[in-house]
Design a protein around this ligand. Structure first.
Ligand code: 5GP
Ligand code: MG
Length: 196
């Protein structure tokens, strides 16, 4: 774990603590890739990654895969008055044809499950051969939909986390670790990203 004194000053100011250090992220991503490689051996994969939070995770994951694969993105944003009554908007549609293909959906974090449920329904209509799901982080206690991911990097408690792709107000995606933001950073913001 990086000692606080080795973090950039503004990160030290904004991040209460490091939840998953970069060495642990690297080790886990490598092991997830190993499982995916075994499960899809002999197949050609279409990876459908959700923008934007997956970028560092996805980049690290695919560098460990030797399977033939193609990469596409879905843009999904949520708007609404808070964490519960959000409306999902697709900001980017698929470019590749997934009919009859083996699809791996990659997302940054599985929280209530609304995003992944919507994406899976959308993809199923396109008749892929099979769909598997992979998320870096999972907050199982927050689930509002009856689903789980096939590949999970880390199960975490109900904390609002940033870094390694995850943002608050589009910031902090470039932190090399997953960290917990100090509550005062989002205090007074509406809606606050309160989990629980
Ligand atoms: P769900 O639809 O499963 O409730 O939410 C998934 C999306 O919510 C994630 O893709 C992510 O954009 C956002 N999200 C959920 N929990 C967190 C969190 O702790 N930190 C950040 N930065 N985003 C989160
Ligand atoms: Mg997301």
């Amino acid at each position: 774990m990086p000692s606080p004194s080795r973090l950039a000053a503004h990160w030290r100011r904004d991040v209460a603590r490091v939840l998953i250090p970069k060495t642990e992220l690297a080790r886990r991503v490598r092991s997830l890739a190993g499982k995916i490689e075994t499960d899809f051996r002999g197949r050609e994969l279409v990876i459908v990654a959700l923008l934007t939070g997956t970028v560092p995770f996805l980049a690290d994951l695919i560098r460990h895969l030797t399977l033939p694969l193609r990469l596409d993105f879905l843009g999904v944003s949520s708007y609404g008055d808070g964490t519960e009554s959000r409306t999902l908007i697709y900001t980017k549609e698929l470019r590749l044809d997934v009919r009859g293909r083996d699809v791996l959906v990659v997302d940054d974090i599985l929280d209530t499950g609304k995003t992944l449920a919507s994406v899976l329904a959308k993809l199923r209509r396109l008749k892929p051969r099979r769909i598997k799901t992979c998320v870096l982080l999972d907050k199982p206690n927050r689930r509002k939909r009856n689903l789980s991911a096939d590949y999970v990097g880390f199960k975490i408690p109900n904390l609002f986390v940033v870094g390694y792709g995850l943002d608050f107000a589009e910031q902090y995606r470039n932190l090399p670790f997953v960290g917990v933001l100090r509550p005062e950073i989002y205090a007074g913001r509406c809606p606050a990203p309160v989990c629980g």
